[in-house]
Structure formats: C-alpha cells, structure tokens
Ligand binder design. Structure first.
Ligand SMILES: [Zn+2]
Length: 263
C-alpha cells in the first residue's frame, strides 16, 4: 500500500488568509486546481479553501475553467479568503498510509487533506489523487497527468499554428489592398476629396494590421517556445501556465500570479 507521500501533490499552491476571494479564484483558474491551503502571515496552515466554498459564497457561477468577467472580479475582490475558508482543516502526514488518509476523506466528507510534517505544509492529498491510485497505481497516474497536459499543449500548438496562418493570410490581403490603392493613385488621378476619404479608409486598416502583427509576433514567440519545450512553463516560478491564458495571450511567459506580482 502506498504512503500519502507517493500520491500527494508536493509544494501545493497556497494563499494567505487576508488575500481576496478574487486572488484565490485567479490561482484556481490559473492552476486548474480546486483546493488552496490557507496560510497565516507566519506561513502556518490555518485553513483550506475549496472551489466549492467560493461557489457557495459568490453570487455568480464559479468555474475553474473560465476566468471571471470584469463584473465578477469586482464582486470577488470584496470578499476575503478568511471569510469563506474552512478553519483548522483535518490534516495527514506524508508517512501515513493512503488507506488511513482515504478513510479520513470518506468519514469526514472532505475533498482533500493538507499534508503536514513537523508543523510544515509539504503537500496536499485530494480525493482525485486517491481515486487515481485505485484506478491504476500512483506511477501510472502521474504519467497520465503529464500526458494529458502534454496533449493539451500539443493541441494548443496546432491551434496557434492555424491562427498564425489565418493572420498571415489576412495581413497579406491588407498589404495587397495598400499596393492596389497606390497603383490606383498612379493610374487614376484622384481629386482631393477622394484622396481624403481614401486616407480615412487606410487609417482604419492600419491599426488593425498593427494589432494583427503584434498577435503574430506573440504566436511566433509561443511557437518558438514550444520547439524548446518551454511553452506553458512560467519563467519565474516554473509552474504550469493555464492553457486558457496561453490561448488568450500566446506570448505569456508568466503565470497569472507572477504576472500580477510583476506589475
Ligand atoms: Zn509563475
């Protein structure tokens, strides 16, 4: 029988008790995680916050797969983690048997157990971790987890390549239009009014082309990072960057948390 150490997620993402529910939600969305151990200012475990706690407390549909809207962000900003977390959560130790830990999860109907050794948080064990081990053994489940992330990244790269192709195509059209208009200008003399309306049209096209070019640069950057196996890894904390974030900002090299700390 494996020990908790074999199945737990080590060094879990944590949050401080005086942080906002919005910060917690961002971390959950960013990491695709459902539980955050809550630490006090002296880094002691004081609680656990689950996505279900946020669902129960926030007046909108909380989903770890979709970032909240601007309005929802404002609402979540008003609430603090300490107001909605579960205080003094049940814990286990890394040396405990999975059978014991699974027994606690079932008996007390909790979704996860923070793993604490000598007063220090070292990991988190979720129901899902235990179920995975029952389904196929800890090593296989760890591999499968890596596989599905690798698969998601592969799909993302395919999407980004397709988008790059579409943008190049569109930019090609924009450039052709500009060439055509210069040619027209040479062949047919325009009076001043016509020329002015023409300029307005170009001015509308150019900012769009500039934005598309920026997007293209971000896509190129992402595809380059993909060839180096670095796409989706935060350059600061080395944790995974959420796929939805990469879809929105392909050039992102920081996770949401690090990006926010950097500003
Ligand atoms: Zn990071």
């Amino acid at each position: 029988m494996p020990s908790v150490h074999d199945l737990m997620t080590p060094k879990p993402t944590t949050i401080e008790s005086d942080a906002s529910a919005l910060a917690a939600l961002d971390l959950m969305v960013d990491g695709g995680i459902r539980h955050l151990p809550v630490l006090d200012r002296r880094a002691r475990l004081v609680g656990i916050l689950s996505v279900d706690d946020l669902r129960a407390a926030l007046p909108f549909a909380v989903n770890v797969r979709h970032p909240p809207s601007p309005d929802e962000r404002e609402i979540a900003r008003e609430l603090s983690v300490a107001e909605v977390m579960t205080y003094g959560p049940l814990t286990t130790t890394s040396k405990s048997s999975v059978a014991d830990a699974a027994g606690m999860l079932a008996r007390f109907r909790v979704g996860c157990l923070p793993v604490v050794d000598d007063g220090r948080l070292v990991g988190i064990l979720s129901e899902t971790d235990v179920l995975r081990s029952v389904a196929g053994g800890a090593r296989e489940s760890a591999l499968r987890r890596t596989d599905s992330r690798a698969h998601e990244l592969e799909q993302l790269v395919t999407e980004l390549r397709a988008e790059r192709h579409r943008i190049q195509h569109q930019l090609g059209r924009v450039q052709r239009t500009e060439q055509e208009s210069t040619r027209e200008q040479r062949e047919v003399p325009m009076d001043e009014a016509e020329h002015a309306s023409h300029l307005v049209q170009l001015a509308v096209d150019e900012p769009l082309a500039a934005l598309a070019t920026r997007r293209l640069e971000a896509l190129d950057h992402a595809l380059f990072r993909a060839t180096q196996g670095r796409l989706g890894t935060c350059e600061k904390c080395q944790k995974p960057i959420q796929i939805a974030r990469l879809r929105a900002l392909p050039g992102a090299v920081l996770c949401v948390r690090c990006a926010r700390e950097a500003t």
